[in-house]
Ligand binder design. Sequence first.
Ligand SMILES: C[S@@+](CC[C@H](N)C(=O)[O-])C[C@H]1O[C@@H](n2cnc3c(N)ncnc32)[C@H](O)[C@@H]1O
Length: 245
Amino acid sequence: MSNSFRYDESWASIYEKYTSLVGRISEADEAAAFLERFSSGRSALELGIGNGRVAVPLSERDVKVEGIDNSVSMLKLLATRTDLIKAWKGDIANFKSEQRYDLVYCVYGTLTLLFTREEQIACLRSAAAALDEEGVVVIEMRVPALDGFVRCQRTTTTLVDQDNTFVGAEIHDPIKQNVISTLLWFSDASVKRLTERIRYVYPQELDTMAECVGLELAERWGDWARGAFTDVSKRHISVYRRTSL
Ligand SMILES: C[S@@+](CC[C@H](N)C(=O)[O-])C[C@H]1O[C@@H](n2cnc3c(N)ncnc32)[C@H](O)[C@@H]1O
């Protein structure tokens, strides 16, 4: 995978503030409560653990959480928060785990940061292989929203408050299902530029990819409070079990 879209220091230095502004910190405990339900043997592996936004509250619920991330900067943030979570540098598109877990989870659209179909399937395959007999894989991602693109380009303002303005500039590649985005974050006299590349996936395609690696959909929700997933949901939380033979 190209290094240019890694979560390097530029993301790590603003991650806490950014996730707070977009409402992701306030929902982390609810996410942990949702995930705890699937950790009966109290072991979990997070793919793309980042700074432990969700892993830390989950570990505070007595679940032994481990994690993988390919960003040293993000792993450093995690290490400053806790020493209870074992996390290592690795690529979630290609990992092998000796250990088996009740729960393997990948949240906040992290699966879409693998920007080829092959890498996404490989990640799901590794996740399935890391499950114990009754284990589940939980994936949280956005429902693709492609309205507003003109000639494969879109500019949106996603947040304005007294101190901050977020302007997003995106380029769409419909063949690869890729969106490359730049967030321009204006605050006071400064502007930060943060880039990301994703391969978006519709819920049914995710189910098909999961089926390819021996998983089947068990539950799908619209939010961490287990609100219904509907045709207007902006994201989904999907729970997969091993396919019953
Ligand atoms: C959107 S952040 C989510 C972080 C954390 N899971 C959360 O919910 O706040 C995505 C994380 O995935 C990591 N990541 C992206 N691609 C990865 C890959 N191929 N292998 C391992 N980690 C990856 C990034 O470094 C980053 O920490």
